[in-house]
Ligand binder design. Structure first.
Ligand SMILES: Cc1cc2nc3c(=O)[nH]c(=O)nc-3n(C[C@H](O)[C@H](O)[C@H](O)COP(=O)(O)O)c2cc1C
Length: 363
């Protein structure tokens, strides 16, 4: 990338066109491959790029335009569009995500213990629905490896965007010991993160979503906060919920989280309800993301905003593919938004296309 880290807006435009062309050629090839193989190749390229280049953005970069900036949780976000958890589980390509224009990056889900995840196949595309189904099962290298990688990233001093670390429960940990498991990850990672996320909403770890009760939310928040509150500057903690909760249960969990010192919520994770799809999902199980998730995740966001009032930070996630989707999340009460599936269908130029739309200027 000849324009990396320097040059005026026109250079960013040229780079954007080049990325568009490259994606136009690469996408049909990647989509012909098994989805996880395509993911592996894309991640290897992204990680390789991130080792070689800084990913730093020039002051004039449109992704840092003053009109796009958002302040939330005591952090400064250059723009409101973040990378959702699950794409870069081990924080291998953070500089590239920054370079693509994301205003914040959430890595993980990371678990206290390394684990291989579920057997393959575990990732499926539904192109006509602009959706994915996954049952990855938190395949990741574990919190210690993540700490080493984040420390290296911090040493390189490249980050111009907030970095979130999403924490989950190790599969082998019994639900009764979940709090210890989250606490261990928090102790290793809080200092290296700008914010933490307690993820109890992924459908692919047995028993995880059963932690979405008021009592468990309190216990987990206390566990994650214990090492975090010992930091000179404790990090904001968010709770990520599933769209399949009944409205009243989601509101109860959200209120319990805020009462326990949570800065806000991420709404939502993937859904286990496979509804309104034009493609067959006969051989699939797990969590559905992308376009079909949009309506429910946005409705839950609006409900939680109404219940919590204006103060807690809400990150709207689920089915964002266009500027209108972002405007709708904003109208439902989001302070920030995140996406994952949109990037698979829209390609690496999507973020800059979204950022150039007037709907994304929130000031
Ligand atoms: C393949 C895949 C893996 C995911 N892994 C995680 C994860 O590890 N942790 C998590 O909190 N969410 C995970 N998610 C959920 C996303 O972060 C996001 O909440 C959800 O996909 C909705 O956003 P989207 O419609 O833009 O994809 C994953 C999603 C996908 C598609």
């Amino acid at each position: 990338m000849s324009t990396e880290g320097s040059g005026p807006d026109s250079a960013a435009l040229v780079a954007g066109r080049r990325r568009g062309l490259a994606w136009g050629l690469l996408r049909p090839l990647l989509f012909r491959l098994d989805p996880e193989r395509a993911h592996g190749i894309a991640m290897a390229l992204a990680a390789g790029w991130s080792k070689r280049f800084s990913g730093r953005l020039a002051a004039s970069d449109p992704a840092r335009a003053p009109s796009l900036q958002v302040r939330a949780m005591g952090l400064s976000f250059p723009n409101p569009i973040g990378l959702a958890a699950g794409l870069d589980k081990d924080a291998r390509a953070v500089p590239l995500w920054q370079r693509l224009g994301f205003g914040f990056v959430e890595v993980g889900t990371v678990t206290a213990l390394p684990q291989v995840g579920n057997p393959r196949p575990r990732l499926f595309r539904l192109p006509r629905d602009q959706a994915l189904v996954n049952r990855m099962g938190f395949n990741n290298a574990g919190a210690e490896a993540m700490a080493v990688r984040l420390a290296r990233l911090r040493d390189r001093d490249l980050l111009q965007v907030p970095l979130g670390v999403n924490l989950g429960k190790s599969k082998v940990t019994p639900p009764a010991q979940a709090a210890n498991d989250y606490q261990r990850s928090s102790a290793l990672l809080a200092e290296l993160a700008d914010y933490l996320v307690v993820n109890i909403s992924s459908p692919n770890t047995p028993g995880l979503r059963d932690l979405q009760t008021v009592g468990q939310v309190r216990a987990l928040m206390d566990a994650v906060q214990a090492p975090n509150q010992r930091l000179r500057q404790p990090r904001p903690v968010l709770l990520k919920l599933a769209p399949d909760l009944a409205d009243s249960d989601a509101i109860d969990c959200a209120q319990a989280a805020i009462a326990a010192g949570c800065a806000g919520l991420i709404l939502t994770n993937t859904t286990i309800r496979f509804e309104g799809l034009s493609e067959s999902t006969a051989a699939m199980s797990g969590g559905l993301s992308g376009r079909p998730l949009f309506t429910r995740s946005t409705a839950l966001l609006a409900l939680v905003r109404e219940a919590l009032g204006p103060d807690p930070v809400l990150i709207g996630t689920g089915g964002i593919l266009s500027p209108d989707d972002i405007a709708a999340k904003r109208a439902a009460g989001a302070d920030l938004v995140q996406l994952y599936t949109g990037l698979i269908y829209g390609g690496p130029g999507l973020i800059r296309r979204l950022l150039s739309a007037p709907e994304v200027c929130w000031q």
